[in-house]
Design a protein. Structure first.
Lengths: 119, 226
C-alpha cells in the first residue's frame, strides 16, 4: 500500500467511527436508510482503496475502458440523484413553511374602518 | 351578485398602484381582499386605506400562496364567486363583469380570461411565444387546451374555489389550477379579456425563459404532494 491509500483509509476509518458514535448517542437523528447508504459507500471506498484493480475488472466487464472512468461515471450519477432528491425534499419543506406562514397570516386579518369582520 | 363577489388581489410591492386597483374594484361593488405577500413598501397600508380587507404574509411566499390565502379568507366570508385579479394594474376591472356574465350564461364553475381571445396591448414578442408554447405543454401534459394558460384573471364559483387547495406557492400555481380543473372535471369557459403591459408591469414581470424553467422544475419537484 502507498502512503495516500493509508492516509485516506485512516480518514475513512475516523469518519466511520465518528458517524457510528453520533448514531449511538443520538438515535433517530439520521434515518436508517441513510445510515446504510453512507456506511455502504464507506465500505465500497475502502474496498476500492485496498484493491484498486477491482474497478478495472468491473469496468472491463461492463465495457467501459478504465476503472477510473467507471468511478467518475458512478460518482456523477450519484451526485445528480442526490441533488435531485435533496431538491425535492427542500421544496417539500418549503411547502410546509408556506402552509404555516399562511395560517399565521389568516389569524391576523386587517379590516378597513367601514367594514367589520362579521361579513 | 356584486355583494357576494370577492376579488382576491395578491400584491407584492405594489404600493404605488394598489390603491387605484382597490378603489376601482370597490366602485364596482365588489368586496376586495388584498393579500400583501411580504411587501417591503407600503402596499398593505395603501390597500387598507383604500378600503380593502388586507391579510399579510410576514415573508414573500409567492403568488400561488398569496392567492390561496386570499381564497381561504373569501371562503370564510359569504362569497358566492371568487375572482383572482393581479395587483399591478394589468387587468381591466370591467372584464370581471364579462367573467361573471359568462359564468351565468354558460353555467360553468370556472371562467378563465384569455388575452389572446381579447387584447394584449404591448405584449413583448418573447412572452407571446413562450405563452403559446406553454399552452401546448399544458395540453400535452394533461391540462385543458386553452389559448392563455398564464392569465391572472379568473372567476370561480364558491365550490370550485374550495376544491383548489393550491400547493404551488410560486408561479407554477397557474399551471396547477389548470391541472386541477382538468382532473376534477370542473366546467370551464375561456373568455376574452384585455391586458395592458405598462413599463411598470413589464419591469415587475418575471424573466420569461428563466421563469418558465423554474415553473417546470417546481411542477416536477412537488408533484401532487405538498
Amino acid at each position: 500500500m502507498i502512503i495516500f491509500q493509508i492516509i485516506v483509509l485512516l480518514v475513512l476509518l475516523m469518519f466511520v467511527v465518528a458517524f457510528v458514535s453520533i448514531i449511538r448517542h443520538r438515535r433517530g437523528l439520521i434515518p436508517t436508510t441513510a445510515v446504510i447508504i453512507i456506511l455502504g459507500i464507506a465500505l465500497v471506498i475502502a474496498v476500492v482503496l485496498i484493491n484498486p484493480v477491482i474497478t478495472q475488472r468491473i469496468a472491463e466487464l461492463i465495457g467501459i475502458g478504465r476503472g477510473a472512468d467507471l468511478a467518475i461515471y458512478l460518482a456523477i450519477l450519484f451526485l445528480l440523484l442526490a441533488s435531485f432528491i435533496n431538491y425535492t425534499r427542500i421544496r417539500k419543506m418549503y411547502s410546509k413553511m408556506v402552509k404555516i406562514a399562511r395560517e399565521v397570516a389568516l389569524s391576523n386579518v386587517h379590516y378597513p374602518e367601514n367594514k367589520t369582520s362579521n361579513k | 351578485m356584486s355583494a357576494n363577489v370577492y376579488v382576491v388581489v395578491p400584491a407584492y410591492n405594489e404600493g404605488s398602484v394598489v390603491a387605484d386597483v382597490v378603489i376601482g374594484l370597490l366602485d364596482e361593488g365588489y368586496s376586495v381582499i388584498v393579500v400583501n405577500d411580504g411587501s417591503t413598501d407600503n402596499t398593505a397600508d395603501n390597500a387598507l386605506k383604500a378600503g380593502a380587507i388586507v391579510v399579510s404574509h410576514s415573508v414573500n411566499l409567492g403568488q400561488g400562496a398569496a392567492l390561496q390565502t386570499g381564497i381561504d379568507l373569501a371562503l370564510q366570508k359569504d362569497s358566492q364567486v371568487i375572482v383572482t385579479f393581479d395587483g399591478d394594474g394589468q387587468h381591466s376591472i370591467g372584464d370581471i363583469k364579462t367573467l361573471i356574465g359568462a359564468m351565468d350564461q354558460y353555467g360553468v364553475d370556472v371562467v378563465l380570461g384569455s388575452r389572446f381571445l381579447g387584447k394584449a396591448h404591448n405584449i413583448p414578442l418573447n412572452r407571446r411565444l413562450l405563452l403559446k408554447a406553454a399552452c401546448w405543454f399544458t395540453w400535452v401534459t394533461g391540462g385543458p387546451f386553452l389559448t392563455d394558460v398564464h392569465n391572472g384573471i379568473r372567476a370561480f364559483r364558491r365550490d370550485a374555489a374550495s376544491s383548489l387547495k393550491l400547493k404551488q406557492a410560486g408561479m407554477a400555481h397557474a399551471s396547477e389550477i389548470l391541472y386541477k380543473i382538468a382532473s376534477s372535471k370542473m366546467l370551464y369557459k375561456e373568455v376574452p379579456v384585455s391586458i395592458q403591459y405598462s413599463q411598470y408591469s413589464r419591469r415587475k414581470g418575471q424573466k420569461s425563459i428563466i421563469g418558465a424553467i423554474r415553473i417546470l422544475m417546481d411542477l416536477v419537484a412537488l408533484g401532487d404532494e405538498g
